[in-house]
Design a protein around this ligand. Structure first.
Ligand SMILES: [Zn+2]
Length: 375
């Protein structure tokens, strides 16, 4: 079945993509593989915007966009898909992104989800996809993606950026090292630099995201069913790190799951880690997927805000909630979220029952505020 809706006038796909399929390592067969691929991008912020646009323009068949936030003014210096209208309307990033991306390439099946990827919905949201891309800004979600990747056998591409530094790693379950081989546990929150404390530069983010998109293309165009080979581009076990201020790029070689005869990359500056002893891919634990490491309350990186996930997922009637709250504070409503200000705090409630309380980083204060106004 064609992924191109018959009712829409579309470009001549062959012509549109001819300059990329002319590249020998992709070719027409690789382009066809991209067209039949389904990918999910978790987080449509600075990294996710660039990844979605890059891969959407290249003609990936289906792209699911998953994001929990709305567009804010201080996103605009880095988050290349969004404009001032999106920030004024406080549109959810997934919705705003889908609208802009459809105008860029209507051949792609875009599929936006305004929600937080958590242990209770992760398998449902990611099952059946060929690849997951990391556009997140927090370790908890990355460890969850790693668990889902191993559980369902879906490759993923990690990316992270802070200041002018960044890192990228392609992870193929059963072939390469996994994220927990690299880092067995998330670092303590108080030891992590955040985008708020260390800042972040848009061009650095774009480089990391573009590198992630390149890793994605290599993984997606690998002939399916072919045996893994760590000498091949898509099966390399490498963490790439950058410092774009000092112009340093390093490759850190990670032991593959199934060693082949050709493990040593000539350019690898350092070899670390081993899958032996990894809690996830060696011991088979899924600590972040099966709940015991997953939390319902999360202090948001650099946002002076706390997110609280409803323990009882179900659709919230925002119009009815707005009627109840309207007399008690400053309230705005769109089809995706309700925003309510009172007592120097602001809560944004989404239809999936999730709420973000801004104006505090204290989970107790945030919980108290929610309980007071939502019950
Ligand atoms: Zn591992």
């Amino acid at each position: 079945m064609s992924l191109i809706p018959e009712s829409q006038p579309t470009s001549n796909s062959v012509d549109r993509y001819r300059r990329q399929s002319a590249y020998g390592n992709l070719g027409k067969a690789g382009q066809e593989r991209l067209r039949s691929s389904r990918i999910a991008i978790v987080g449509i912020g600075a990294l996710g915007s660039v990844i979605a646009e890059r891969l959407g323009r290249m003609g990936i068949g289906t792209i699911r966009l998953i994001d929990r936030d709305w567009v804010e003014w201080d996103n605009l210096p880095r988050q290349t898909l969004f404009d001032e209208h999106d920030a004024e309307q406080r549109l959810p990033k997934a919705i705003a992104a889908e609208s802009h991306l459809r105008a860029i390439n209507s051949d792609v099946q875009w599929d936006a989800h305004v929600c937080d990827l958590v242990a209770s919905n992760a398998v449902e949201l990611l099952r059946g996809f060929d690849l997951i891309l990391d556009g997140t800004d927090n370790f908890e979600t990355r460890f969850l993606i790693n668990d889902v990747s191993l559980e369902l056998g879906i490759p993923w591409v990690h990316g992270g950026c802070i200041g002018a530094t960044g890192q990228v790693m392609g992870i193929v379950p059963g072939v390469t090292a996994c994220f927990r081989c690299l880092m067995p546990d998330p670092p303590p929150a108080d030891q992590m630099a955040t985008c708020d404390s260390a800042g972040v530069l848009g061009p650095a983010v774009s480089i990391v995201a573009s590198w992630q998109a390149m890793e994605a293309i290599k993984i997606l165009t690998r002939p399916r069913g072919q045996a893994a080979d760590s000498s091949k581009a898509d099966d390399r076990c490498e963490l790439i790190t950058f410092d774009m201020w000092s112009n340093e790029v390093r490759k850190i070689y990670l032991s593959p799951v199934r060693p082949s005869g050709n493990q040593t990359s000539a350019n690898a500056a350092l070899q670390i880690s081993s899958t032996a002893g990894c809690p996830a891919c060696y011991e088979g634990r899924r600590d972040f997927l099966h709940g015991d490491r997953s939390s319902l309350v999360q202090v948001l990186c650099g946002r002076n805000a706390v997110q609280i996930q409803s323990a009882s997922p179900g659709k919230v009637d925002l119009v009815r909630l707005a009627d109840r709250l309207r007399a008690d504070g400053n309230l705005t409503l769109n089809p995706f979220l309700l925003r309510f200000e009172a007592e120097n705090l602001t809560m944004s409630v989404f239809t999936d029952g999730r709420a973000i309380v801004a104006g505090t980083e204290d989970p107790t204060v945030a919980r108290r505020f929610l309980t007071h106004w939502l019950g």
